[in-house]
Design a protein around this ligand. Structure first.
Ligand SMILES: C[S@@+](CC[C@H](N)C(=O)[O-])C[C@H]1O[C@@H](n2cnc3c(N)ncnc32)[C@H](O)[C@@H]1O
Length: 328
């Protein structure tokens, strides 16, 4: 099993969604306002990768855990930004009643378990390329039972991937499949980065965009969906998470968003892109993919544990979309 890293220069386009240029024209706009991609996990959207890692650490050690990730707590412990975050539910004074480390963390645990199963089902059909878009601190290359001829491409910004690599190297963790880090900003034209890292569009692939799309400007999401379609052959699959709320700010005082803001200083509503969202599930269906869309609560009921709806619920608009491209 081998591991490869690729590098490329980060670029600096504008954070304004309207400035997202059609990447097919091979140009990007440079301004000083947009983060460069070199930022790590200490602030901004990179910090959300640590939030999910802390949630997975807590989930891992629950007696009725929905997902297992023994690496997750090591990321949390290694980052100064979250030195005082819990990695066990017992470290949370109000335990499961805490909206952030109780209900929200359980949501992430459920999502991880469901997407683990989705990915493994695809691999079970013979797919050998896995692309994790906005991979963050996802350790599926290490913890899932993947065949050794599988290649896992981890796509995220350079600083996040560098932190991840440093922690995993410190643990002497060995991936179960070939693992390729692809440092790139998904608001840019990321196709060349992926294909020059060895991705083969002629072979089937499975893609995850877990906790990613709502951070991207709408046009970057549209580009991402178009690109996945363009880079995939029949037999490929994609799962992604969407948020359907028309007015995210209406949930500003929801228990989850308020607790995340007040307890760990992450204002998710400031990080989410609040421009109009494309209908990505509809776009894939129009391109011939079979799609299904589910609420997380459906999986809570199926698995017998996880978050259920509540009033003023920040999870109300969350949907998990599962898409398959038919074989010819
Ligand atoms: C909430 S985390 C989810 C990480 C991972 N998918 C998981 O579920 O554990 C969001 C991730 O998306 C990445 N991300 C957000 N915007 C991005 C962009 N423009 N380009 C690349 N990655 C991005 C962040 O760096 C972060 O790692």
């Amino acid at each position: 099993m081998s591991e490869t890293s690729t590098t490329e220069d980060p670029r600096h386009p504008s954070s304004d969604p309207s400035d997202f240029l059609d990447p097919t024209v091979g140009d990007t706009t440079t301004t000083a306002t947009r983060p460069t991609g070199a930022e790590g996990v200490d602030a901004g959207v990179g910090l959300t990768a640590l939030l999910v890692a802390a949630a997975r650490a807590i989930e891992t050690h629950r007696p009725d855990s929905l997902a297992q990730d023994v690496y997750a707590e090591h990321f949390v412990r290694a980052a100064p930004a979250c030195a005082d975050w819990p990695v066990r539910i017992q470290q949370v004074p109000d335990g499961d009643d805490n909206p952030l480390w109780g209900r929200f963390a359980r949501y992430f645990g459920l999502r991880t378990g469901v997407l683990d199963d989705f990915l493994q089902r695809s691999v079970g059909t013979g797919v050998r390329q896995v692309v994790l878009l906005g991979a963050g601190l996802d350790t599926r290359a290490f913890r899932l039972d993947l065949p050794s001829d599988c290649v896992v491409f981890e796509v995220d910004r350079a600083g996040v991937l560098a932190f991840k690599q440093q922690v995993l190297a410190g643990l002497s963790a060995a991936p179960r499949a070939k693992r390729v880090q692809v440092p790139v900003d998904l608001r840019d034209d990321w196709v060349t980065s992926l294909t020059s890292a060895g991705f083969d569009p002629a072979a089937p692939s499975v893609w995850l965009a877990e906790g990613l799309l709502f951070y991207l400007p709408g046009p970057a999401e549209t580009y991402l969906i178009d690109t996945v379609d363009r880079l995939t052959t029949g037999g490929s699959a994609l799962a992604f998470e969407a948020k359907l709320e028309k007015d995210l700010l209406a949930y500003r005082d929801s228990a989850i968003y308020a607790a995340t803001r007040e307890q760990i200083g992450i204002d998710l509503l400031d990080l989410f892109d609040r421009g109009p969202r494309p209908d990505s599930a509809g776009d894939l269906a129009a391109k011939g993919w079979s799609t299904s869309m589910h609420t997380p609560f459906e999986f809570t009921r199926l698995r017998g544990r996880g978050p259920l709806p509540e009033p003023n619920d920040a999870l109300e608009g969350n949907r998990w979309v599962f898409a398959h491209k038919p074989r010819p």
